[in-house]
Design a protein around this ligand. Structure first.
Ligand code: FES
Length: 459
């Protein structure tokens, strides 16, 4: 143990025999807590991104109680602090506008309250980078608690995946091959439990990256939200964060450049979302160990995609990934590409955490000798259309799309593109490419809600 009760940050609020501390203590007593509940104990903030408008975090109302149980068992004092809840599907014009808002909110919540450590509850796309960026900047010990993926979708016995199947069947609907009743049944079957999208989209990508960087308990990011293991993992987070406070295991003492490189390697092997780049770069900058586009490019050339999860894979979803061994098993398979000496929130190295983990289904988590895609999930391209670089996801493309010649139909705003796509008289052929050009704040995006510039100052 490195810290004493007297040296706790919260003791500055509660310990002195002065007028201010009298006020702090009397207000905690006002809530019905006795001195024995908090005096001399680590005060743990539980930053909860639950809301009635966030379907992916619907279980957080209960999970926060599970975390509190763990904090209390370990001799800490839990305080739930609500933060903005960013539902990727509900919030307009785009949650990206609010990621840095959540980062600032997290940082200032932790700074302004009498807390010694934090459990961060997130999962839906931007919440993972937002929470962790803010907590890294604040510098208190913290654990990230991933929401976990929802169960597989189901429609008449057919497995449905978030996002990709919606796009696919919407095309069928528009072509008149799917009637109203089938469409309604699909709506009711594609998202049938709480938890995040269960394809390898931004949510699953960022939850996995957070674990690979060492910010979550081992195995936590793969547990489906509806699984009882998720409840126990939540309580483990509560127990562990109290120990982290006593050990003074702060992000500054834990994180190195190698941690973020492990995140990149993991992202490539998972067949990550392209959004991984912008978020992981932002997280690494907060820690003072910046990674760049070139680092992603370098890792993508040597780490193959081995997770056979849609959309890079052709068949499986995150629930299958969990049954096949989950992220620990995937990381064990790419061990040669990791810095296994990197310290993690449970006080052990990444290498210790993944040791002995096994893959139970080789078709879901492939051996390195039989990958889904021989190079990593993403590729960085530069050319006259994108002199500063552009990202593509070759692992999710049909091979014939990787080399192409055709006309570029360029649009300056989304409504024009949308209108053109629906125009039966549009002068196009099968070789043409649609390009949505970012023309600044009034350009690309979703102008029907008004496009706001994405703040980049805090990246
Ligand atoms: Fe929340 Fe997809 S809408 S993760």
């Amino acid at each position: 143990m490195t810290r004493s009760p007297e040296s706790l940050r919260s003791a500055r609020w509660f310990a002195p025999d002065d007028f201010r501390s009298f006020g702090h203590r009397s207000r905690v007593l006002q809530m019905g807590y006795g001195y024995e509940d908090w005096m001399g104990k680590p005060v743990i903030a539980i930053v909860n991104t639950w809301s009635d408008a966030n379907q992916c975090h619907a279980h957080f109302r209960q999970r926060v109680e599970d975390v509190k149980r763990g904090v209390l068992q370990a001799g800490g004092f839990p305080l739930e602090l609500p933060a903005i809840s960013l539902s990727e599907s509900m919030v307009k014009p785009t949650t990206m506008v609010y990621r840095n808002f959540l980062a600032m909110e997290t940082e200032e919540l932790l700074r302004s309250h009498p807390v010694d450590g934090a459990v961060l509850m997130g999962g839906c796309d931007k919440t993972t980078p937002g929470l962790t960026m803010g907590a890294i900047s604040m510098g208190l010990p913290f654990i990230y608690l991933p929401a976990g993926p929802m169960l597989r979708g189901n429609w008449k016995g057919q497995v449905l995946g978030s996002g990709s199947d919606a796009f696919k069947f919407w095309d069928e609907r528009r072509a008149g091959r799917l009637d109203e009743q089938a469409w309604r049944e699909m709506e009711a079957g594609i998202a049938r439990s709480h938890g995040t999208c269960m394809t390898m989209g931004t949510a699953a990508t960022m939850m996995g990256i957070a674990e690979a960087v060492g910010l979550a308990l081992p195995g936590a990011s793969s547990i489906p939200a509806a699984d009882a293991n998720h409840i126990r993992m939540s309580t483990d987070c509560g127990r562990r964060i109290v120990q982290m406070v006593w050990e003074d295991l702060t992000p500054a003492r834990m994180l190195t450049r190698a941690h973020f490189e492990n995140g990149i390697a993991c992202a490539m092997a998972m067949g990550c979302s392209t959004n991984a780049i912008i978020h992981l770069i932002a997280m690494s900058r907060r820690a003072g160990h910046p990674v760049s586009l070139d680092d992603f490019d370098a890792f993508s050339r040597r780490v193959p995609v081995i997770a056979n999860i849609r959309p890079s894979g052709d068949r499986y979803l995150m629930e299958d990934f969990f049954y096949a061994g989950g992220l620990r098993a995937l990381l064990e398979r790419i061990r040669p590409h990791l810095d296994t000496g990197a310290m993690t929130v449970n006080g052990k190295t990444l290498g210790e955490n993944i040791a002995g983990s096994q893959v139970h289904q080789d078709d879901v988590i492939r051996p390195l000798s039989s990958p889904i895609y021989a190079e990593g999930a993403l590729a960085v391209l530069r050319g006259n259309l994108a002199p500063d670089g552009v990202i593509i996801k070759p692992s999710a493309c049909a091979p014939h799309l990787l080399r192409h010649t055709g006309r570029a139909l360029v649009f300056d705003d989304y409504p024009s593109l949308k209108q053109a796509v629906d125009d039966p008289h549009l002068d196009v052929n099968g070789e043409d490419i649609l390009v949505l050009r970012n023309a600044g704040p009034k350009g690309a995006g979703m102008p029907e809600w008004g496009m706001l510039p994405i703040p980049t100052r805090l990246l």
